[in-house]
Design a protein around this ligand. Sequence first.
Ligand code: MN
Ligand code: MN
Length: 300
Amino acid sequence: MNEDVLARAEAAYLGLALGDALGATVEFMTPREIAHRFAHADGVHRELVGGGWLRLKPGQVTDDTGMALALGEAILIHGGEITRLACARAFDAWMRSKPVDIGNTVRRNLVLFRRTGYPTAPPSAQDAGNGAAMRVLPVALATLAWSEHEVRDACRIQAHVTHNNAVSDAACEFIALAVQDFIRGASLREVHRLRMQPLVEAQPAFAFRGKPRRENPSGWIVETMQAVLQGLVEVGGFENCLVDVVNRGGDADTTGAIAGMLAGAMYGRAALPARWLKALDPEVHRRCAEQARRLVANSP
Ligand code: MN
Ligand code: MN
């Protein structure tokens, strides 16, 4: 296995955790509140200091990273196979572990799974939250060698456990395919043409270029992706991209997590700030790096 591919996979996974930990500090705050709170730092939040409404320790992550790690573990235990039941059981076990936070759609449909044993959520136009997209990374890594059609199917298998929604699907599939392109060395220009343009053509709600700066992005996947894609396209460098995205406030841990996977894969392992990696929860750091390499190496 090519070391550059493995290192970019690792950067994507660490990027997810770093974006989650950075963004969680300012989750549900407005850009004005963030500027006021970080007035001592020129009004910009750019360190892993913890806190936020969840009162986190510095470098602590939330459900975004927690669910991704649970999903990755399940994929590895099943030898790279991705099944609805294995995903549902892994998420259910994660929910029992008393995580610091959990999304409403995730909770509702996992409670339904406990009751029925049926691992697919009912289709719902309302369930277009970002909860399936935030945890899709292990599927992208485990299916690196699969065809595009198979990657899209695998994305929907993991997503539909809690989010059975076409708009969520479009974002999950976009994220997985774009992360894979970046891991293989594609440029931002290529990913823009190959993935971002088709996403907006298929689902015009995702349009982000030439639109006003998306601030206070909600948990609706459309607003989440607008903030992520504007940051990714308009701001150069891993650190500056994540800082731009989370300082928009709103669902900042999740925009940070998704921007982190994409920017990590794009800019590579050497672009991750050393001081952020040092501040990240050491156990999370270890698990993300290990899973990334194992998921890619095992991809049949
Ligand atoms: Mn979270
Ligand atoms: Mn969130």
